[in-house]
Design a protein around this ligand. Structure first.
Ligand SMILES: Nc1ncnc2c1ncn2[C@@H]1O[C@H](COP(=O)(O)OP(=O)(O)OP(=O)(O)O)[C@@H](O)[C@H]1O
Length: 306
Protein backbone atom coordinates (compact mmCIF):
# COMPACT_ATOMS: atom_id res chain seq x y z
CA UNK A 1 0.00 0.00 0.00
CA UNK A 2 1.18 3.51 -0.78
CA UNK A 3 2.48 5.61 2.14
CA UNK A 4 1.13 9.15 2.35
CA UNK A 5 3.67 11.26 4.25
CA UNK A 6 2.38 14.43 5.90
CA UNK A 7 5.40 16.44 6.96
CA UNK A 8 5.46 19.55 9.12
CA UNK A 9 8.69 21.24 7.98
CA UNK A 10 8.32 23.80 10.79
CA UNK A 11 8.06 21.29 13.65
CA UNK A 12 10.65 21.80 16.36
CA UNK A 13 11.58 25.18 14.94
CA UNK A 14 12.39 23.92 11.44
CA UNK A 15 13.88 20.53 12.28
CA UNK A 16 10.99 18.90 10.41
CA UNK A 17 12.37 19.88 7.02
CA UNK A 18 15.92 18.81 7.90
CA UNK A 19 14.70 15.42 9.13
CA UNK A 20 12.58 14.88 6.03
CA UNK A 21 15.55 15.71 3.79
CA UNK A 22 17.52 13.08 5.66
CA UNK A 23 14.80 10.40 5.48
CA UNK A 24 13.41 10.81 1.97
CA UNK A 25 16.49 9.36 0.20
CA UNK A 26 15.99 6.26 2.34
CA UNK A 27 12.49 5.80 0.90
CA UNK A 28 13.86 6.14 -2.61
CA UNK A 29 16.70 3.74 -1.85
CA UNK A 30 14.23 1.14 -0.59
CA UNK A 31 11.86 1.75 -3.54
CA UNK A 32 8.97 2.56 -1.24
CA UNK A 33 5.80 3.69 -2.98
CA UNK A 34 4.91 7.01 -1.38
CA UNK A 35 3.49 10.49 -1.77
CA UNK A 36 4.69 13.37 0.39
CA UNK A 37 2.98 16.59 1.40
CA UNK A 38 4.91 19.30 3.21
CA UNK A 39 2.58 21.62 5.10
CA UNK A 40 2.72 25.27 4.08
CA UNK A 41 0.62 26.75 6.87
CA UNK A 42 -0.80 25.87 10.27
CA UNK A 43 -3.88 23.71 9.79
CA UNK A 44 -2.88 22.31 6.39
CA UNK A 45 -2.09 18.85 7.81
CA UNK A 46 -5.83 18.50 8.60
CA UNK A 47 -6.78 19.67 5.09
CA UNK A 48 -4.39 17.16 3.52
CA UNK A 49 -5.66 14.27 5.67
CA UNK A 50 -9.25 15.21 4.79
CA UNK A 51 -8.51 15.42 1.07
CA UNK A 52 -6.65 12.09 1.01
CA UNK A 53 -9.22 10.15 3.05
CA UNK A 54 -12.41 11.52 1.56
CA UNK A 55 -12.45 8.67 -1.01
CA UNK A 56 -13.40 6.25 1.80
CA UNK A 57 -10.56 3.86 0.89
CA UNK A 58 -7.87 2.39 3.18
CA UNK A 59 -4.78 4.61 3.56
CA UNK A 60 -1.52 4.68 5.47
CA UNK A 61 -0.89 8.21 6.73
CA UNK A 62 2.66 8.67 7.95
CA UNK A 63 3.02 11.82 10.05
CA UNK A 64 6.35 13.56 10.53
CA UNK A 65 6.03 16.32 13.10
CA UNK A 66 5.10 16.97 16.69
CA UNK A 67 1.97 16.32 18.72
CA UNK A 68 0.29 19.30 17.07
CA UNK A 69 0.69 17.76 13.62
CA UNK A 70 -0.65 14.40 14.81
CA UNK A 71 -3.63 16.25 16.24
CA UNK A 72 -4.30 18.06 12.98
CA UNK A 73 -4.08 14.86 10.94
CA UNK A 74 -6.38 13.06 13.38
CA UNK A 75 -8.91 15.85 13.00
CA UNK A 76 -8.78 15.77 9.22
CA UNK A 77 -9.33 12.02 8.77
CA UNK A 78 -12.80 11.31 7.38
CA UNK A 79 -13.22 7.74 8.66
CA UNK A 80 -10.83 6.70 11.44
CA UNK A 81 -11.46 2.99 10.77
CA UNK A 82 -10.03 3.27 7.26
CA UNK A 83 -6.64 4.68 8.25
CA UNK A 84 -3.41 3.18 9.51
CA UNK A 85 -1.34 5.86 11.18
CA UNK A 86 2.45 5.84 11.19
CA UNK A 87 4.46 8.37 13.11
CA UNK A 88 7.94 9.87 13.06
CA UNK A 89 8.11 12.11 16.13
CA UNK A 90 10.24 15.18 15.78
CA UNK A 91 8.35 17.69 17.93
CA UNK A 92 9.58 19.27 21.11
CA UNK A 93 7.25 17.49 23.53
CA UNK A 94 6.53 14.19 21.74
CA UNK A 95 4.06 12.99 24.36
CA UNK A 96 2.13 10.92 21.83
CA UNK A 97 5.24 8.98 20.80
CA UNK A 98 6.23 8.53 24.44
CA UNK A 99 2.80 7.14 25.26
CA UNK A 100 2.74 4.57 22.48
CA UNK A 101 6.46 3.87 22.63
CA UNK A 102 7.59 4.99 19.21
CA UNK A 103 11.36 5.59 19.11
CA UNK A 104 12.37 9.23 19.08
CA UNK A 105 15.28 8.64 16.71
CA UNK A 106 13.72 9.46 13.28
CA UNK A 107 15.57 6.73 11.38
CA UNK A 108 14.45 4.10 13.91
CA UNK A 109 10.88 5.38 13.73
CA UNK A 110 11.01 5.19 9.93
CA UNK A 111 12.26 1.58 10.05
CA UNK A 112 9.38 0.70 12.34
CA UNK A 113 6.93 2.42 10.03
CA UNK A 114 8.16 0.58 6.96
CA UNK A 115 8.34 -2.79 8.74
CA UNK A 116 4.67 -2.56 9.79
CA UNK A 117 5.24 -5.47 12.16
CA UNK A 118 2.90 -4.40 14.95
CA UNK A 119 -0.33 -2.53 14.31
CA UNK A 120 -2.44 -1.68 17.37
CA UNK A 121 -5.84 -0.09 17.67
CA UNK A 122 -5.91 2.91 19.97
CA UNK A 123 -8.65 5.06 21.44
CA UNK A 124 -9.29 8.56 20.16
CA UNK A 125 -10.58 11.31 22.45
CA UNK A 126 -13.14 13.96 21.66
CA UNK A 127 -13.23 17.36 23.33
CA UNK A 128 -16.53 19.21 23.12
CA UNK A 129 -16.95 22.89 23.90
CA UNK A 130 -20.22 24.64 23.14
CA UNK A 131 -20.97 23.68 19.53
CA UNK A 132 -17.35 22.78 18.60
CA UNK A 133 -15.68 19.38 18.74
CA UNK A 134 -12.06 18.34 18.39
CA UNK A 135 -10.41 14.93 18.44
CA UNK A 136 -7.34 14.31 20.55
CA UNK A 137 -4.70 11.61 20.72
CA UNK A 138 -2.97 12.56 23.98
CA UNK A 139 -5.13 14.77 26.19
CA UNK A 140 -7.55 17.64 26.51
CA UNK A 141 -7.24 19.95 29.46
CA UNK A 142 -8.45 23.12 31.06
CA UNK A 143 -6.48 25.49 33.30
CA UNK A 144 -2.79 25.57 34.11
CA UNK A 145 -1.66 22.92 31.58
CA UNK A 146 -3.47 24.68 28.74
CA UNK A 147 -2.06 28.05 29.82
CA UNK A 148 1.42 26.51 29.69
CA UNK A 149 0.80 25.12 26.17
CA UNK A 150 -0.50 28.50 25.08
CA UNK A 151 2.50 30.39 26.36
CA UNK A 152 4.99 27.80 25.07
CA UNK A 153 3.51 28.17 21.57
CA UNK A 154 4.14 31.92 21.66
CA UNK A 155 7.36 31.81 23.61
CA UNK A 156 10.81 32.57 22.25
CA UNK A 157 12.13 30.12 24.85
CA UNK A 158 10.81 27.19 22.81
CA UNK A 159 12.66 28.23 19.66
CA UNK A 160 15.82 28.93 21.60
CA UNK A 161 15.73 25.68 23.58
CA UNK A 162 14.75 23.67 20.49
CA UNK A 163 17.97 24.84 18.87
CA UNK A 164 19.83 23.39 21.83
CA UNK A 165 17.76 20.17 21.56
CA UNK A 166 16.21 21.02 24.93
CA UNK A 167 12.72 21.96 23.72
CA UNK A 168 11.15 19.94 26.52
CA UNK A 169 12.67 22.35 29.00
CA UNK A 170 10.59 25.19 27.55
CA UNK A 171 7.51 23.60 29.14
CA UNK A 172 9.20 23.56 32.56
CA UNK A 173 10.35 27.18 32.25
CA UNK A 174 6.88 28.39 31.24
CA UNK A 175 5.17 26.16 33.83
CA UNK A 176 7.02 28.00 36.57
CA UNK A 177 5.96 31.39 35.28
CA UNK A 178 2.33 30.42 34.84
CA UNK A 179 2.11 28.83 38.24
CA UNK A 180 3.06 32.10 39.86
CA UNK A 181 0.66 34.15 37.69
CA UNK A 182 -2.47 32.01 37.23
CA UNK A 183 -5.54 31.93 39.47
CA UNK A 184 -7.15 28.80 40.87
CA UNK A 185 -10.92 28.47 40.42
CA UNK A 186 -13.85 26.42 41.67
CA UNK A 187 -14.68 23.50 39.35
CA UNK A 188 -17.69 21.24 39.09
CA UNK A 189 -16.95 17.82 37.62
CA UNK A 190 -19.55 15.30 36.40
CA UNK A 191 -18.62 11.82 35.19
CA UNK A 192 -20.59 9.39 33.02
CA UNK A 193 -20.97 7.20 36.13
CA UNK A 194 -23.24 9.86 37.62
CA UNK A 195 -20.54 10.90 40.11
CA UNK A 196 -20.49 14.66 40.75
CA UNK A 197 -17.96 16.63 42.77
CA UNK A 198 -16.89 20.22 43.38
CA UNK A 199 -13.19 21.08 43.65
CA UNK A 200 -12.24 24.39 45.21
CA UNK A 201 -9.13 26.24 44.05
CA UNK A 202 -8.57 24.06 40.97
CA UNK A 203 -5.40 24.67 38.98
CA UNK A 204 -6.08 22.28 36.17
CA UNK A 205 -8.05 19.29 34.99
CA UNK A 206 -6.81 17.08 32.16
CA UNK A 207 -8.62 14.19 30.48
CA UNK A 208 -5.91 11.89 29.20
CA UNK A 209 -5.77 9.09 26.66
CA UNK A 210 -2.02 8.65 27.26
CA UNK A 211 0.15 8.80 30.37
CA UNK A 212 2.23 11.84 29.42
CA UNK A 213 1.53 15.44 28.51
CA UNK A 214 3.36 18.77 28.61
CA UNK A 215 6.66 17.32 27.40
CA UNK A 216 6.97 14.22 29.57
CA UNK A 217 4.88 14.88 32.68
CA UNK A 218 3.44 11.48 33.58
CA UNK A 219 0.25 13.03 34.90
CA UNK A 220 -1.89 9.89 34.57
CA UNK A 221 0.41 6.91 35.18
CA UNK A 222 -2.40 4.40 34.71
CA UNK A 223 -3.64 5.76 31.39
CA UNK A 224 -3.63 3.49 28.38
CA UNK A 225 -4.84 4.34 24.89
CA UNK A 226 -6.14 0.81 24.59
CA UNK A 227 -8.32 0.47 27.69
CA UNK A 228 -11.44 2.25 26.41
CA UNK A 229 -11.23 4.75 29.27
CA UNK A 230 -10.14 8.32 29.83
CA UNK A 231 -7.90 8.96 32.81
CA UNK A 232 -8.45 12.28 34.54
CA UNK A 233 -6.16 14.32 36.76
CA UNK A 234 -7.49 17.14 38.93
CA UNK A 235 -5.07 19.35 40.85
CA UNK A 236 -6.84 21.49 43.42
CA UNK A 237 -6.89 22.91 46.92
CA UNK A 238 -3.17 23.07 47.61
CA UNK A 239 -0.79 26.00 47.92
CA UNK A 240 1.31 27.00 44.93
CA UNK A 241 4.60 26.18 46.64
CA UNK A 242 3.36 22.61 47.06
CA UNK A 243 2.54 22.34 43.35
CA UNK A 244 6.07 23.52 42.67
CA UNK A 245 7.37 20.66 44.81
CA UNK A 246 5.16 18.03 43.23
CA UNK A 247 5.71 19.09 39.61
CA UNK A 248 9.15 17.45 39.27
CA UNK A 249 7.76 14.22 40.76
CA UNK A 250 5.20 14.19 37.92
CA UNK A 251 8.01 13.20 35.54
CA UNK A 252 7.83 9.71 37.01
CA UNK A 253 4.26 9.80 38.36
CA UNK A 254 5.08 10.39 42.03
CA UNK A 255 2.70 13.38 42.24
CA UNK A 256 -0.36 11.11 42.53
CA UNK A 257 0.56 10.45 46.19
CA UNK A 258 0.19 14.15 47.11
CA UNK A 259 -2.97 15.38 48.82
CA UNK A 260 -4.79 17.66 46.36
CA UNK A 261 -4.06 15.45 43.34
CA UNK A 262 -7.08 13.41 42.29
CA UNK A 263 -6.96 10.80 39.53
CA UNK A 264 -10.07 9.14 38.12
CA UNK A 265 -11.11 6.93 35.25
CA UNK A 266 -14.25 7.45 33.21
CA UNK A 267 -15.78 7.21 29.77
CA UNK A 268 -16.75 10.87 29.70
CA UNK A 269 -16.35 13.96 31.83
CA UNK A 270 -18.06 17.36 31.94
CA UNK A 271 -16.26 20.27 33.60
CA UNK A 272 -17.76 23.61 34.56
CA UNK A 273 -15.61 26.40 36.03
CA UNK A 274 -16.67 29.46 38.01
CA UNK A 275 -14.59 31.61 35.65
CA UNK A 276 -12.99 30.84 32.29
CA UNK A 277 -9.50 29.38 31.86
CA UNK A 278 -7.56 28.36 28.73
CA UNK A 279 -8.24 24.93 27.24
CA UNK A 280 -6.16 22.72 24.94
CA UNK A 281 -6.28 19.54 22.89
CA UNK A 282 -2.93 17.75 22.44
CA UNK A 283 -1.08 20.87 23.50
CA UNK A 284 -2.81 23.05 20.91
CA UNK A 285 -4.39 25.85 22.93
CA UNK A 286 -7.73 27.52 22.39
CA UNK A 287 -9.20 30.53 24.11
CA UNK A 288 -10.65 30.89 27.56
CA UNK A 289 -13.65 28.71 28.30
CA UNK A 290 -15.67 28.00 31.42
CA UNK A 291 -16.84 24.56 30.37
CA UNK A 292 -15.70 21.58 28.38
CA UNK A 293 -16.57 17.93 27.95
CA UNK A 294 -14.34 15.05 26.94
CA UNK A 295 -15.10 11.46 25.95
CA UNK A 296 -13.75 8.67 23.75
CA UNK A 297 -15.04 8.13 20.24
CA UNK A 298 -16.67 4.80 19.41
CA UNK A 299 -14.21 4.42 16.50
CA UNK A 300 -10.56 3.66 17.14
CA UNK A 301 -7.58 4.14 14.85
CA UNK A 302 -4.85 1.66 13.92
CA UNK A 303 -1.29 2.72 14.55
CA UNK A 304 2.06 1.20 13.63
CA UNK A 305 4.01 0.70 16.85
CA UNK A 306 7.02 -1.08 18.31
N1 LIG B 1 4.22 25.38 7.29
C1 LIG B 1 3.84 25.76 8.51
N2 LIG B 1 4.05 27.02 8.93
C2 LIG B 1 3.71 27.41 10.16
N3 LIG B 1 3.14 26.61 11.07
C3 LIG B 1 2.92 25.33 10.71
C4 LIG B 1 3.25 24.85 9.41
N4 LIG B 1 2.91 23.54 9.36
C5 LIG B 1 2.37 23.24 10.54
N5 LIG B 1 2.37 24.30 11.36
C6 LIG B 1 1.92 24.38 12.77
O1 LIG B 1 3.01 24.11 13.62
C7 LIG B 1 2.48 23.83 14.91
C8 LIG B 1 3.43 23.00 15.76
O2 LIG B 1 3.68 21.81 15.13
P1 LIG B 1 4.10 20.48 15.89
O3 LIG B 1 3.25 20.25 17.07
O4 LIG B 1 4.12 19.42 14.87
O5 LIG B 1 5.59 20.76 16.34
P2 LIG B 1 6.18 21.19 17.74
O6 LIG B 1 5.35 22.29 18.31
O7 LIG B 1 7.62 21.43 17.53
O8 LIG B 1 6.03 19.87 18.59
P3 LIG B 1 5.23 19.51 19.93
O9 LIG B 1 3.77 19.81 19.70
O10 LIG B 1 5.46 18.03 20.09
O11 LIG B 1 5.83 20.34 21.00
C9 LIG B 1 1.14 23.19 14.66
O12 LIG B 1 0.17 23.91 15.39
C10 LIG B 1 0.90 23.36 13.17
O13 LIG B 1 -0.39 23.86 12.89
Amino acid sequence: MEYIFIVNPRARSGTGKLTWDRLEPELKKRRIVYRAYLTRYAGEAADIAREVTKDGKEHILAVLGGDGTVNEVLNGICDLRKVILGYIPIGSSNDFARGIQIPKEPKEALDLLLERKYIREIDVGLMIRKDKQKRFAVSAGIGFDAAVCHEVCLSKWKQFLNKLHMGKLSYAVVALRRLIKDPAVRAEVCLDTGEKAVYDRTYFIAAMNQQYEGGGFRFCPKASAQDGKLDVIIVSGLPKWKILCLLPTAFWGGHVYFKGVTTLQCKSIAIRLESPLPIHTDGEPVFLRDEMKACLLPDRIRIITA
